[in-house]
Design a protein around this ligand. Structure first.
Ligand code: SAH
Length: 214
C-alpha cells in the first residue's frame, strides 16, 4: 500500500500530538518534517505514522510519535544546544532533535542498530549528529557537559554519570522505575548546583541495559 508521507505527517501531528496537548511550534514543525516512514523497515512503512511504537529489530522499538513529541517538548531544546541522547535505535528521535537545530550526540549499544541509524541519518543529510556505539549509561564524558540529556530506554534509577555530565542550567528527561516496561517519565533540572526532579507521567519503554541500569 502506498502512503502519502506529507499528508500522513500532517494528520499525525493534528490527531495524535496537538490533540493531546503538545503545543511547542518548534516540536510540531520538526515532527511535520522528519520522514518517519524512512526509519522503519519496508514492510512496516504503511504503519509508520500510526499511533503506536513499531518493532525495529533486535527486540527494540521506534517510539510512538506522541511520546517522541511529548519528551522533546519537555526537553525544551533551543537551536545550537548540545544534546545527549541515549538509545539511538532507529535514529528517528535523533533526527527530530537535529531538525530543531540541536547538536546531537547519540549513543546506542546494539551494533546493527547503530550502523543502520548511521547510514540512514547520513543519507538524509543530517550533519550535526554524532553517533557512538557504547554503553550509554556511562554518558559521553569526552563531549560533556550537555545542555540537555534525553534517555529513550527505561532503567531502575537515574544513572549517576548523567547528573555529572548535565550542564548547569540543564534538563534531563528519562523514564525510570523499579519495574520493567513501565516507568515514570522523569524531568530532572540542574540549576545553581542543585538537582530537582519530578514525575510527569507514565510511559512504557524497552530496557535501558548497562553498567548503571538493568
Ligand atoms: N530513540 C529511539 C528509540 C529506540 S528504543 C528511536 O527513535 O527509534 C531504545 C534503544 O535504546 C534501543 O535501541 C536499545 O538498544 C537502546 N539501549 C538500551 N540500553 C542502552 C544503553 N545502555 N546504551 C545505549 N543504548 C541503549
Amino acid at each position: 500500500m502506498e502512503i502519502d508521507p506529507k499528508r500522513s505527517r500532517e494528520r499525525m501531528v493534528r490527531d495524535q500530538i496537538i490533540a493531546r496537548g503538545v503545543s511547542s511550534l518548534a516540536v510540531l514543525s520538526a515532527m511535520r518534517k522528519v520522514p518517519r516512514h524512512l526509519f522503519v523497515e519496508e514492510a512496516l512503512k504503511p504503519q509508520a505514522y500510526e499511533d503506536h511504537p513499531l518493532p525495529i529489530g533486535q527486540g527494540q522499538t521506534i517510539s510512538q510519535p506522541y511520546v517522541v513529541a511529548w519528551m522533546t517538548e519537555l526537553l525544551d531544546v533551543k537551536p545550537g544546544m548540545k544534546v545527549l541522547e541515549i538509545g539511538t535505535g532507529s535514529g528517528y528521535q535523533t533526527a527530530v532533535l537535529a531538525e530543531m537545530g540541536a547538536v546531537v550526540h547519540s549513543v546506542e549499544r546494539v551494533p546493527e542498530l547503530h550502523q543502520l541509524a548511521k547510514n540512514r541519518l547520513a543519507a538524509m543529510g543530517y550533519g550535526n549528529v554524532h553517533l557512538k556505539l557504547d554503553d550509554g549509561t556511562l554518558g559521553w564524558p569526552e563531549s560533556a557537559p550537555f545542555d540537555r540529556i534525553l534517555v529513550t530506554a527505561g532503567g531502575p534509577k537515574v544513572p549517576e554519570p548523567y547528573l555529572e555530565q548535565l550542564a548547569d542550567p540543564g534538563l534531563l528527561v528519562i523514564p525510570v522505575g523499579p519495574e520493567r516496561r513501565s516507568q515514570n517519565l522523569t524531568l530532572v533540572r540542574k540549576q545553581d548546583g542543585k538537582i530537582g526532579r519530578k514525575s510527569v507521567g507514565q510511559v512504557m519503554f524497552v530496557d535501558l541495559v548497562g553498567r548503571h541500569a538493568w
